[in-house]
Design a protein around this ligand. Structure first.
Ligand code: NPG
Length: 370
């Protein structure tokens, strides 16, 4: 039973700008949730919505509004984290990122109540998860190649490049030329192409990518299926998968062969786990995506990614890739062979929240009674 929720906006400058096909980010405005139950336990989470609706229709401001006006009151009397999303969905359409933030904080609370790690609570079976890196669009192929060399030396197990029309073939060509056929390479279009580009996209088969992520529009499962039919490279869907039903649609229609699961995009950890289970049953590999989270969002992602079918490297970069200093202790790190360790033996998230620092970074805060 919830007592109150504190919403906070912090601003964390990225160590370097991050460019995708639809925009560039330099500072991350992050909405943090601190959920207190009637026994005084506190659960934390982070909403993945960005500042501007370029990657999803939600933003940090729409999420704040949805949480305050509709979602927190609806969750007040829900007992089990597994039941939160259904309770919210009965009355509110959409707003998955806002719903997820609330649900994920309630999972954290439950793990503290039971004194086990969030990873164990979710059914995670692994104590380390392979990590890949997602590299934003770079000013030149030379800069990109330099960066990839550095990231390979750090141990990353998958290199994902952001692409867009006009900056795709030339980039992939330069990278394959520099690193050869064995580099585990993927490309992410963030929905920047249309069916008019189908032949062009098919021609990317020659680069032997591990996957081509979200080439077409978010709501376009049918055209993704047509594209996949004529392509050897597996399509991985990200933005399109907003629920378990959309995942089932993808599998049934053949719109893709891999799913990038982001709990913050699908309405939370229960839905993320259900998508994981569905994909496992159909032999569809999954991996855990990232949304430039701080260490709090990363903690939820790492716990989820310890489930057995997260067989491909996740976007689970260590804290120092994005932040001069994170808001958790210890910061997230990566082993020299490219794994993040899952804190399975610590109750809850497995990291401590740096509340002093969060308070110093807070731009606005609001306490909402449940
Ligand atoms: O490591 O957290 C990370 C970033 C991974 O590339 C990444 N995220 O399309 O998946 C994406 C992309 C993204 C980030 C999209 C932020 C929108 C906002």
């Amino acid at each position: 039973m919830l007592d109150c929720v504190t919403l906070r906006e912090i601003r964390l400058p990225l160590r370097e700008p991050f460019a995708i096909s639809s925009g560039v980010q330099e500072i991350r405005r992050i909405l943090l949730l601190e959920v207190r139950d009637r026994d005084g336990l506190i659960g934390w989470s982070e909403c993945v919505a960005g500042e501007y609706p370029n990657s999803s229709p939600e933003t940090i401001d729409t999420a704040w509004h949805a949480l305050r006006e509709w979602l927190i009151p609806l969750a007040a009397d829900v007992h089990r984290p597994e039941d939160v999303l259904a309770a919210l969905n009965r009355r509110v359409r959409g707003h998955e990122m806002a719903k997820a933030a609330l649900e994920m904080a309630i999972w954290h609370l439950e793990s503290l109540r039971r004194q086990i790690s969030l990873a164990r609570l979710l059914g995670g079976t692994r104590d380390r998860v392979p990590v890949g890196i997602s590299i934003g669009i770079q000013p030149s192929p030379e800069t990109l190649i330099d960066k990839i060399s550095g990231y390979r030396a750090e141990g990353y197990r998958k290199i994902k490049l952001k692409i867009k029309p006009g900056a795709d073939r030339s980039v992939l060509e330069a990278v394959r030329k520099a690193f050869g056929p064995d580099l585990p390479l993927a490309a992410d279009a963030n929905a920047a192409y249309t069916t008019a580009d189908a032949d062009h996209l098919r021609s990317l088969d020659e680069f032997d990518l591990m996957m081509l992520e979200q080439p077409l529009a978010t709501d376009d499962l049918l055209r993704h299926a047509r594209l996949q039919e004529g392509m050897r490279t597996p399509i991985c869907l990200d933005e399109s998968i907003t629920s378990v039903d959309r995942a089932e649609d993808m599998i049934e229609l053949g719109s893709g062969r891999i799913i990038n699961i982001k709990p913050g995009r699908v309405g939370g950890l229960a839905a993320a786990r259900a998508i994981h289970d569905l994909c496992a049953a159909y032999g569809v590999p999954v991996w855990c995506g990232g949304m430039l989270e701080s260490g709090i969002g990363r903690a939820h992602n790492v716990a989820l990614a310890s489930l057995p079918n997260f067989s491909l490297p996740g976007d689970l970069s260590p804290s120092r890739r994005y932040w001069a200093r994170d808001i958790v202790h210890p910061e997230w790190t990566m082993t020299p062979d490219g794994f993040v360790e899952v804190p399975v033996d610590r109750p809850g998230l497995g990291v401590d929240i740096d509340l002093d620092r969060i308070e110093r970074l807070t731009m606005r805060a609001e306490i909402i009674r449940a």
